[in-house]
Design a protein around this ligand. Structure first.
Ligand code: SF4
Length: 379
């Protein structure tokens, strides 16, 4: 059987740090970029024997801001991935880009011709004041230009990232942002609620974000609005036009294998999770180390499965669970039935799904399910 594999390439450079960002990204270092591409090429070569039996069906350039590498370096890296791993002809190949660095039709055309076939733009807001407050370096006009340029270059699979709940945002303003994003006719939308993560300027400034109630209202309205327009929600924060789900991100949520390259990149391969440490200098010197390396136990696998299935609208099917793990699903039923009575879960075609209101409290629901799973005999 063909083993499908995803490849993730991390590019940690950004023009400036956004105030809410806790990803591994550094101020753009033009002088390091060629060396970075060479270091990635070396790491890709080292791992190719490991994946000899696999076919790469998705490639994702994320960051950071991969578009700052420029088309020549990006095309060179994509060539390297394709010549190093057996890659399916129809692989989904995504490039994350910031609108300010994806506006040249010529550059985007070169990327499209090289094989990139999905563009994920960090729009975040349609309001220039909000963009500035978030520390973003682009404007809404640049997002419009980037979308237009992408279409001219032949990208017919376009995703936009949006953030709801920046300081001072009202549900009405968020509604306008969502409408502005839809007016650009993307195929995919990711909508994330802003959180002040410790260690970020947003957290340190103690700025007041819209409260839980306002964020919940924005989220529920997002789900309702998009559904009414024929979009499909397929994960807590992700929506797609029919057939345009992110095949790469679905690998993360359905526990398919992927290998990540570059500092801070994570991998899941043959039951093992590992991550490269967030250390650009060690990576450039060819001496990267692992910050995480875990072979999953049966208990870890069951817990991950429960957690991931409930993030997806596909939901949790008792037969699938029992077939996969040889375990009885019935201990979970009384709790799920209580969730159903409270309007947090529904049972459809035998599978348990969280409702949009259930997604809002998914951490608590998943926490309870994990507590129940701890009583199972998994040795
Ligand atoms: S562009 Fe993305 S990765 Fe870069 S600083 Fe902003 S949020 Fe972080």
């Amino acid at each position: 059987m063909i083993k499908s594999l995803g490849i993730y390439i991390h590019v940690p450079f950004c023009k400036q740090k956004c105030v809410y960002c806790d990803f591994y990204s550094l101020p753009r270092r033009e002088e390091d970029m060629d060396a970075y591409v060479s270091a990635l090429e070396r790491q890709l070569s080292q791992f190719s024997p490991l994946a000899a039996e696999c076919t790469v069906t998705s490639i994702y350039f994320g960051g950071g801001t991969p578009s700052y590498l420029g088309p020549d370096r990006l095309c060179r890296l994509l060539r390297k991935v394709r010549t190093t791993f057996h890659t399916a002809y129809v692989a989904e190949i995504t490039l994350e880009a910031n609108p300010d660095s994806a506006s040249e039709v010529q550059d985007l055309t070169a990327l499209r011709r090289a094989g990139f076939n999905r563009l994920s733009l960090g729009m975040q807001s349609a309001d220039d004041g909000e963009l500035k407050a978030l520390g973003r370096v682009h404007t809404m006009a640049q997002t419009r230009t980037a979308v237009e340029a992408a279409r001219k270059a032949g990208f017919d699979n376009l995703s936009l990232d949006l953030i709801y709940g920046p300081p001072g945002q009202t549900p009405a303003r968020w509604r306008d942002n969502l409408a502005a994003a839809m007016a650009l006719h993307p195929e995919h939308l990711s909508c994330y609620g802003l959180k002040a993560e410790p260690g970020t300027p947003l957290y340190d400034r103690r700025e007041t974000l819209p409260g839980d109630e306002a964020q919940a209202e924005m989220y529920l309205e997002t789900v309702e609005t998009l559904e009414a327009r024929g979009w499909q929600q397929y994960e807590i924060s992700n929506f797609a036009r029919p057939g345009r789900e992110s095949r790469h991100n679905l690998k993360y949520w359905t526990r398919q294998g992927y290998l990540g390259f570059g500092p801070g990149a994570h991998s899941y391969f043959q039951g093992r999770r590992f991550a490269w440490s967030r250390d650009l200098d060690a990576f450039l010197a060819g001496t990267p180390s692992l910050s995480e390396d875990q072979t999953l136990t049966r208990r870890d696998t069951v817990e991950e499965y429960l957690m991931l299935r409930l993030r997806l609208t596909q939901g949790l099917h008792p037969d699938h669970f029992e077939g996969l793990f040889g375990l009885d699903f019935s201990p979970f039923l009384p709790f799920l039935e209580r969730c159903e009575a409270a309007g947090y879960a529904v049972r459809r075609e035998g599978a348990w799904h969280l409702t949009p209101r259930g997604f809002l409290v998914s951490n608590q629901i998943i926490g309870e399910l994990l507590d129940i799973s701890r009583a199972l005999n998994l040795d």
